[in-house]
Design a protein around this ligand. Sequence first.
Ligand SMILES: Nc1ncnc2c1ncn2[C@@H]1O[C@H](COP(=O)(O)OP(=O)(O)OP(=O)(O)O)[C@@H](O)[C@H]1O
Ligand SMILES: [Mg+2]
Length: 504
Amino acid sequence: MGTSQGGSKGSDATRDRPTAEHTGSSIFSATNFLLATRDSGYRTTSAAISEFIDNAIQAKAKTVDINVTKNLSDVHPIEISVSDDGKGMTESELSQALAFGGSARFGDRSSLGRYGMGLPNAALSRARRLDVYSWTTPNRTIRCSMDLDELVSTHQPVIAAPVETPRPADMEGWPQGTVVHLQRCDRLEFRRPTTIGNKLNKALGRTYHHFLSRGLQLSVNGTPVLPDDPLFLSGHHEHYASVFGESLLYELTTTAGSGTVKVTFTELPVEAWSGLSVQAKRDMGITNAATISVVRAEREIDSGWWFMGKKRRQNYDDWWRCEVSFDPELDELFGITHSKQQITPTRELTTLLSSDLEPIANALNARVRRRFERASRQGPLDDAACTAAMRSQSLPQLQGTAPASTPSYRFEVGEVLGTSAFTVEANNQDLIVTLNERHPFYRDVLKPLAESDVPGERSTAKGVALVLLAMARTEASLTKQSERTYIDFYRSGWSDVAATFLNV
Ligand SMILES: Nc1ncnc2c1ncn2[C@@H]1O[C@H](COP(=O)(O)OP(=O)(O)OP(=O)(O)O)[C@@H](O)[C@H]1O
Ligand SMILES: [Mg+2]
């Protein structure tokens, strides 16, 4: 026996009628909603600030300046402003912009924004007051505000109409633009403006690396944000990753339309970077970093480990990277929500991608292992020679070498004339250090360290070898005969004393 929709049964006269007491109520309590939505979860301040940058990019901004400042308030002293030189907003666009769900592009899948939630939601997730200034012509600026405390105390959840206002300071040179100003920030992870600024700079460099490398000027407290490419194909390094194979392309369709998933793999330069210190590898983002970067509409939306089937992540997987890039038409497959800061891929997508990506991940892992084995056979002395050659580029040119030539360094082990621990031969830009195999410095100190199975000892050997190469290079820079005679005399004396000490 079924019941009619609405759960009541009876004649038309009694069905679905309002009760005498209640004639209906609002679908939500606006002030409670505003307070509750603050918890809707931007994981970090940079994820929240990214909403404003997304909007600026969609408004065709070329410059976005973020400023984190401190005022004199004892309670909530931090303010954040995000200024862009995009096309600005008209009055109706601005009053719509502050409304939850208010958007000039609701449901649009062509770029970053589609929900009409980003601006107010991100602002309230971090601050109790939001002012948005905007101007579409140089001579008229409008402002719209939302003050959580006022809204809660007056129980008037209405966004007042935009008012005409002076242009915020320092914006005079921008004919069009928008400033999003957060005040009474009460939900920040850090308290000092410099710490907040530094964290933002680092995180945004990665999130927007594609836009930044194509010319977007982004700064935090006056410091430019540099692109931080997790695939290591670009950046300020001496070496770069190389692309592994062809990118995989998947043309997929959801109810929202058709789009492409593009998967690209890169291999990091194991030979050049494996000898770096643990700290340097961490600082450069080689270790302790996510292998897979997920990019939506060209900005990184999440990073981690997905689509690899049964393969678990191992240390060797630090040495390759994968970018999974997709169009917003495929949001449903990646489980995108309005805060646009993480993915929850569907099982269907996971199955589809894993069948191709898992074997590639296994192949890359094996290639990294082989490269490590080869690099460790090459030994710490050769490794030191490579590092010295690389770093010599930042030293002044050695006299007598061709301009812009790259010096090469080499160790040899054998007999040397006399009792010196080593000799130095400089031939144009080639520098050869011959280690005396009988001297206790090589025999009892450097050789055991270099041939040790303990990685820490091999890196100590590399360090000692680098010190030797530094001495050798300094020797090679001495050209006067008197200097050379003195240095031979010094080295021979040093070698004898060292032999005495080490033999003891
Ligand atoms: N910096 C800006 N420059 C110009 N217009 C803006 C700017 N910021 C916001 N807007 C306008 O305000 C509207 C609301 O922005 P909001 O971020 O809340 O939503 P959205 O970008 O449309 O969608 P989403 O919630 O997915 O980000 C936008 O649709 C846009 O019209
Ligand atoms: Mg937006």
